[in-house]
Unconditional design. Structure first.
Ligand code: NDP
Ligand code: GDR
Length: 327
């Protein structure tokens, strides 16, 4: 039985990846931080089948000891301070976790067993103020936030450990991907949750930032399949994972509110406080390398994704689905 270790297992992607690996017959271990309140709600469906270990990307020893104790065949580094606005408020912490944290995991692999296969969660935020459209593996990076800068470091250190030490280390450059397990601070979940609350009469207004921002949004379940494809491949290589379909935040509002029979224009207000100091205006990915070499393609489209997320929040508010803790 193959063994996988996932950092960030309590996050959105961690939960989908754990489920996918269990389905494939893996023994799944995850790193969870010590927090004052329990936060494993995303793992409810798989909690009795995964092994959680205490650890933190800030603490090198904890990561080394875990890699030693678990002796995994594969390590997925999904842990990060992943919310872009927080990265301006806590740039040093973001650099530590999202950037240097990658080196700590790679060092643990190098010390304990360089044959372990390593996946790094790179991001389309590295393209930032884009220099070419659509963005592909060869597109130069121009990050626009401390988060994007930290991810760019994580990306290159992964490439460097592959080239320096021959480690099977890959970076998936994933564009935005969402699901009902998305944190409430990210724009898709924020809007879908608000649409459900407005429909239930629990909210009257939705303050938003830049409605003209445009993203290439996909479904998290499809994107973790791509991570698996990259670690199964014969050669370690980096891949862009995206749908190629772009929508604005305004369109997102329109589709989400429409789903519950409302007009978003009656609820959405723009609030300058929510506008970022430096914006990433538009991201559009070209995943043709992943399509050709990994046979990967997304199964869930934009409207279906938004409907899935609104429906889940409607069910949560009705008490038909366990609600997540407010972030
Ligand atoms: P989430 O924010 O949902 O999850 C982040 C995870 O990282 C959580 O489990 C969190 O733990 C953990 N974490 C944060 N800091 C530390 C730390 N210091 N030590 C150990 N664990 C830590 O992110 P997603 O699941 O959405 O994303 C997964 C990864 O992919 C992230 O690295 C993200 O930056 C990257 N990414 C995401 C994309 C997306 O659209 N979702 C696109 C491209 C890249 P806790 O639960 O305790 O907070
Ligand atoms: P992003 O995701 O920054 O792309 O990073 P987010 O959903 O936070 O923002 C997307 C776009 O929407 C605009 N926006 C708002 N965003 C939020 N959160 N709240 C608002 O009220 C709002 N109004 C407009 C933003 O300005 C932005 O342009 C996500 C994270 O998952 C990263 O970890 C990941 O690396 C990238 O996606 C790819």
């Amino acid at each position: 039985m193959k063994r996988a270790l996932i950092t960030g297992i309590t996050g959105q992607d961690g939960a989908y990846l754990a489920a996918q690996l269990l389905e494939e017959g893996y023994e799944v271990h995850g790193v969870a931080r010590r927090l004052s309140t329990a936060n494993a709600w995303r793992l409810a469906e798989v909690r009795d089948r995964v092994v959680l270990h205490g650890g933190d990307l800030h603490d090198t020893g904890s990561i080394v000891r875990l890699v030693q104790a678990v002796a995994p065949d594969e390590v997925y580094n999904l842990a990060a301070q992943s919310f872009v606005p927080t990265s301006w408020e806590q740039p040093v912490l973001t650099g530590e976790a999202t950037g240097l944290g990658v080196t700590r995991v790679l060092e643990a692999i190098r010390l304990v067993n360089p044959a372990i296969r390593f996946y790094q969660a790179s991001s389309s935020e590295m393209f930032g103020k884009v220099v070419e459209t659509p963005q592909r593996e060869s597109t130069p990076f121009y990050p626009r936030s401390p988060y994007g800068v930290a991810k760019t470091y994580g990306h290159w250190i992964t490439v460097n450990y592959r080239e320096s030490f021959g480690i099977f280390a890959v970076s998936g450059i994933l564009f935005n991907h969402e699901s009902p397990k998305r944190g409430r601070e990210f724009v898709t979940r924020k809007v879908c949750r608000a649409a459900a609350e407005c429909a239930a009469g629990r909210r009257r207004a939705l303050p938003m930032g830049n409605l003209d921002a445009a993203r290439d949004w996909g479904f998290a379940g499809d994107y973790v399949r791509a991570m698996r494809g990259m670690l199964r491949a014969a050669e370690p290589q980096d891949y862009v994972i995206a749908t190629g379909e772009v929508h604005t935040v305004r369109e997102l509002c329109e589709v989400a509110f429409e789903r519950v029979g409302l007009d978003y224009r009656e609820f959405v207000r723009t609030d300058p406080v929510l506008v970022r100091p430096a914006e990433v205006d538009r991201l559009e990915g070209d995943a043709s390398k992943a399509r050709a070499e990994l046979g990967w393609s997304p199964e869930v489209g934009f409207r279906e994704l938004v409907h899935m997320m609104v429906d889940a929040d409607v069910a949560r508010l009705r008490g038909d689905l366990l609600d997540d803790p407010e972030g």
